[in-house]
Write a protein that binds this ligand. Structure first.
Ligand SMILES: Nc1ncnc2c1ncn2[C@@H]1O[C@H](COP(=O)(O)OP(=O)(O)O)[C@@H](O)[C@H]1O
Ligand SMILES: [Mg+2]
Length: 262
């Protein structure tokens, strides 16, 4: 599909429009971000806003820069202009470790990040590597394991024997050890059988609804992602092309034709 086909979506909604979607306290704001890798600029004048305990899904064609937005929030890109704020605090230039330890932002790494020869419990403890003592990490791991008995039962088994769904649960659980307030998650459904996909979205919904986590996700399964999320952003060529409530974007004929196979 050529980029022209996405022109119908429009370009760069104003901040007012974004503001309307983040109903409650604004938790994270991206303002006029220009970011990329080395000399390559991927994101152009990007704005994003999400309220506390809201969920937002980024959809769009391959290579649009969706993952780069998560990378930028977490501190993996080169930021040339603009800002990222947590409430009123500027966190644009914090390192990933500072994001995790001090700003309460966790980035859920995918698949390859599980150590298959280590036990479930050992994998969990890796999520606490920034904690002051191993005892603190253990305590935090116990809290998370108490929430997920299916994982707790397998704590002494090697992570390599887990099913795809259990592995994803382990990745999420490990990210919870630092008790983050914002979860960044890239393509949670990728490579999973359908029954596990629903399980993963249910786990995330529970984290949002019962623990008040703010969730920013990228999802190539646009239907699942927009059904899940309160707010949807359509990204094209490093720019936000359209925003709306997830439900409204699902009904949007342009979005349907381009991303939902409708
Ligand atoms: N680590 C990286 N170094 C250099 N270029 C990258 C890197 N990651 C992604 N890119 C480039 O950035 C662009 C956007 O990629 P990405 O954010 O992964 O898109 P999406 O997640 O929407 O598919 C692509 O052109 C991709 O090749
Ligand atoms: Mg991506």
């Amino acid at each position: 599909m050529s980029t022209d086909q996405y022109a119908v979506l429009g370009k760069t909604p104003g901040l007012r429009e974004l503001e309307k979607l983040s109903f409650d306290d604004v938790h994270l704001t991206i303002n006029g971000l220009e970011a990329g890798y080395g000399k390559m600029v991927i994101l152009h004048d990007l704005n994003l806003m999400i309220g506390k305990a809201q969920s937002l899904c980024l959809v769009g064609p391959n290579g649009a820069g969706k993952s780069t937005i998560l990378h930028s929030i977490y501190g993996f890109t080169k930021i040339n202009a603009g800002s990222i704020k947590l409430g009123n605090n500027d966190i644009t230039n914090l390192s990933p470790n500072e994001k995790l330890k001090n700003a309460g932002i966790a980035y859920i790494l995918q698949d390859a990040s599980i150590f298959p020869k280590m036990t479930v419990e050992e994998n969990m403890l890796m999520g606490g590597f920034l904690m002051d003592t191993v005892a603190h990490a253990k305590e935090a791991a116990e809290k998370v394991l108490a929430k997920y008995p299916s994982l707790a039962r397998r704590r002494n088994q090697n992570a390599g024997v887990l099913s795809g769904g259990e592995r994803r649960l382990l990745e999420i659980s490990r990210a919870l050890i630092m008790n983050p307030q914002i979860l960044l998650i890239d393509e949670p459904s990728i490579g999973l059988e359908p029954r596990f996909i629903d399980m993963v979205f249910e786990i995330l919904k529970d984290l949002q609804k019962t623990e008040g986590k703010t969730i920013i996700m990228v999802e190539q399964n646009a239907k699942k992602g927009l059904e899940f999320a309160d707010i949807g952003y359509v990204l094209v060529s490093g720019q936000v092309a359209r925003v709306g409530l997830g439900d409204d974007l699902l009904k949007d004929p342009d979005v349907g034709r381009l991303f939902l196979g409708g």
